[in-house]
Design a protein around this ligand. Sequence first.
Ligand SMILES: Cc1cc2nc3c(=O)[nH]c(=O)nc-3n(C[C@H](O)[C@H](O)[C@H](O)COP(=O)(O)O)c2cc1C
Length: 161
Amino acid sequence: MKTGIFYISHHGTTEKVVKQISEKTSQETELINIKKTKVSDINSYDLIVLGSSIHAGSNQRKMKSFIKKNKDMLLNKKLALILCCMDDTEKREQQFKDAYPEELRQHSSSNLLAGGEFLFEKMNFIEKSIIKKISGSDQNQSNIDEEAINKFINSLDNISD
Ligand SMILES: Cc1cc2nc3c(=O)[nH]c(=O)nc-3n(C[C@H](O)[C@H](O)[C@H](O)COP(=O)(O)O)c2cc1C
C-alpha cells in the first residue's frame, strides 16, 4: 500500500523515529518533512501517517494547519498517528489528544506514543535553560519506546485495502 509519512521534527527525534518505521515496515513508504517540502499530492497515498512532537505542551503549528487544510482527505484515507514527547505520565495521553483532533483519532487505525529525547546540542539558550530546570540535568536523555515502535510497525504492516 502506498504510504506517505508526513512529519515535522524540531530537534530530529520524530525524524529518527519515522525513518526507523519507514525502513522496517513492509509498506512502500515515502517520507515527507512538511516543514521542508511543499506538499502537493496527498491524494496519491493509500495510507497516511502523521508524526509530530510536543514542545511546551503543544505540537507544531505547521502540523495543526496541515491537518486543518487536509482534514477531509485524511478522513478518506487509511490513517496512523505518531507523537514524540518526553512526558511518560498520563499527561502524555492528553498531549496526544490535543495534538490530533478527535475525528482523526477515531479514524486512525494505529497510534504511537514514541517517547522522546532531550538533545542539548540541538537546543537554543532559552530551551537549554528551560529543560535544565525541568529535568534537573544538563545531560542528554532518551526514553524512546522501541517496544511501542515495533508494535506500531507490526500494526502498519497489517493495514490492508
Ligand atoms: C523546549 C522544549 C519543550 C518541551 N516541552 C515538552 C512538553 O511540554 N511535554 C513533553 O512531553 N515533552 C516536551 N519536550 C520534549 C520533546 O517532546 C522531545 O524533546 C521530543 O523528542 C522532540 O522531538 P523532535 O525533536 O522531533 O521535535 C520539550 C522539549 C523541548 C526542547
